[in-house]
Ligand binder design. Structure first.
Ligand SMILES: [Zn+2]
Length: 287
């Protein structure tokens, strides 16, 4: 993984919305109700060249599922999701169990505890492992304490772990919305046992470039970068991302040049974006 750049996949939520998912309904419902549409979205990424695809389990922790009307169905949802992704991946891609925030909030914002989060992640990861996930991808974390709880759960299960947090650019540097700074946070995730660390969501590839440069300079392990498809614009029909697949692919090429080891897309990206990015990964000395 450290030797050669790896192409990840892109967004899932927007693809499922385009395929008819009701706005406001959790994408995880479709692992149960519309598995063929989830599989088709994955298939798009496999055909675009993704070496790792992420199962439709971003909101698959018990608290998040409960908030979506899927209380008590953590195992079922996660197991089905991995099976769907596996059908699309065949022998050409690895399947990552995708782990996003629980939706619980720690003090001083909320009253949840780190133990509660750890418990929730342990339950989700156990289901992903039982279903045969190849690795765990932790994403879109904005509270380092929660990200560490997720990494701990994944490490205990013995799978390789990618851990990404969501940072924004501020005057004094890059921080999550909770105020966690970029390099110390990623260093803490590495220390906790993540195999690759980085950033996803919220910003464009051009903003993420600065984040990758800082992370690359400070850390020895592979860096993950999954930017959005440009700046979101809110319209009557929902959120629109206006970057073209070509412009996105140029951004990905710059991220690779800055030393990112695993690249893909987040909100607004589709298989077309990943297919365009693929050429950026072609090693010049490949025979
Ligand atoms: Zn995103």
């Amino acid at each position: 993984m450290a030797q050669r750049p790896v192409l990840l996949d892109g967004g899932m939520g927007s693809l499922l919305l385009a395929a008819g998912l009701e706005r406001g309904r959790a994408p995880e419902w479709w692992n149960l109700e519309r598995p063929e549409r989830v599989e088709s979205a994955h298939r798009g990424y496999v055909e675009a060249g993704s070496a790792i695809i992420e199962a439709n389990t971003f909101g698959g922790s018990p608290p998040k599922l409960a908030a979506a009307g899927l209380a008590g169905r953590c195992r079922e949802v996660n197991v089905r999701a991995v099976a769907i992704a596996r059908r699309a991946a065949g022998n050409t891609a690895l399947v990552a169990g995708d782990v996003g925030p629980t939706g619980l909030l720690l003090p001083p914002v909320g009253g949840a505890s780190v133990d509660e989060m750890r418990q929730a992640f342990a339950e989700q990861v156990a289901a992903l492992v039982a279903a045969g996930a190849d690795l765990i991808s932790i994403e879109t974390m904005y509270d380092l304490r929660e990200a560490l709880a997720a990494v701990a759960a994944a490490r205990e299960a013995g799978l390789a772990v990618l851990a990404s947090m969501t940072f924004e650019s501020r005057k004094r540097g890059y921080f999550t919305i909770m105020g966690d700074p970029l390099v110390p946070s990623l260093a803490a995730l590495a220390e906790a046992g993540a195999d690759a660390v980085g950033c996803n969501c919220s910003v464009t590839a051009s903003v993420m470039l600065g984040m990758v440069r800082e992370a690359r300079a400070a850390l020895a392990l592979p860096i993950v970068a999954q930017p959005n498809a440009g700046q979101p614009r809110v319209t009557a029909d929902g959120t629109v991302y206006e970057e073209t697949p070509d412009a996105f692919a140029r951004g990905v090429a710059a991220l690779l040049e800055a030393g990112a080891g695993l690249v893909g897309g987040c909100c607004g990206t589709t298989p077309e974006f990943i297919a365009h990015s693929r050429s950026a990964l072609a090693a010049p000395d490949a025979s």
